[in-house]
Write a protein of this length. Structure first.
Length: 265
């Protein structure tokens, strides 16, 4: 979540455990060829890069993120000689053209200033006939963890609706497909990926919201003690808690993929 998160450890507690599940599902969906060259755009703490290493047998993965905090966090986690970590923006990748077989991003495009330009850059870095792919959470409806939170927040404070990630236009499949087409990619496909988000108890769900990172936790941190307590109680009231105290939710994402033009095409 480049641009809204500055603490890699806080991101891991809040979203990283679920983004890793999604990253594995994305790699399986791509069904990649082994020994390929990959670029992970907006690599963050390295969840998607790790999934590529686990599931794709790559020759090399270049992980690119604009945040020095995140790139340092990724270097500390990714001790694989096949990984190169670079600092750079999605809209202006510090990489040569036509050098990657797969150029991917996980949960990033909502948070860049010009997502179509970012996709153009991803297509530029991919070889002719290479694959460009991304995932985005379905913030509008399918990301239950955040949906419960924002529904509770808006019920108590209608002004909170302005911060709800459901406002992001690309979290809908038609808009995401159009962005890929606008970037010059062909054979575009958009499908859904759903992963379980199981919390040990209500506190396991609620505590990461108090981390002070990202729009959600930033909103919570800006409340006074009384409002924060009221929001916590409203969230707890809305959560589906099993008899053993666990909270079973799901998170849906949209996975889009396209292909770059062949040489002379």
């Amino acid at each position: 979540m480049t641009g809204t998160w500055s603490d890699g450890a806080a991101y891991e507690r809040f979203m990283g455990r679920w983004s890793r599940l999604l990253a594995d599902a994305m790699v399986r969906r791509l069904d990649p060829e082994p020994e390929a060259r990959w670029v992970d755009v907006g690599s963050g703490t390295g969840a998607l890069t790790e999934a590529v290493l686990r599931g794709a047998a790559p020759a090399q993965v270049t992980a690119v993120d604009p945040s020095a905090v995140f790139t340092e966090h990724a270097r500390a986690r990714l001790g694989d000689e096949r990984v190169v970590v670079r600092t750079g923006a999605a809209e202006d990748l510090p990489l040569e053209s036509g050098t990657a077989d797969y150029v991917v991003s996980g949960l990033v495009l909502n948070f860049v200033g010009d997502p179509v330009q970012a996709l153009r850059e991803m297509g530029r870095v991919a070889r002719p006939g290479g694959t460009v792919a991304c995932t985005l959470w379905d913030y509008a409806d399918g990301m239950q963890m955040l949906r419960h939170f924002w529904d509770a927040a808006v019920a108590l404070d209608p002004a909170a609706a302005a911060l709800d990630e459901g406002r992001f236009p690309l979290c809908r499949p038609d808009a995401l497909r159009e962005a890929f087409h606008s970037a010059g990619l062909r054979d575009v496909e958009v499908g859904e990926l759903t992963v379980p988000t199981v919390f040990a108890d209500v506190d396991d769900y609620w505590q990461p919201f108090l981390g002070g990172q990202g729009s959600v936790a930033g909103y919570v941190a800006g409340l006074d003690d009384t409002a924060r307590q009221a929001l916590g109680e409203e969230v707890r009231r809305r959560l589906p808690v099993d008899d053993d105290g666990t909270v079973h939710l799901t998170a849906r994402a949209w996975c889009a993929r396209g292909v770059t033009e062949l040489s002379g095409g």
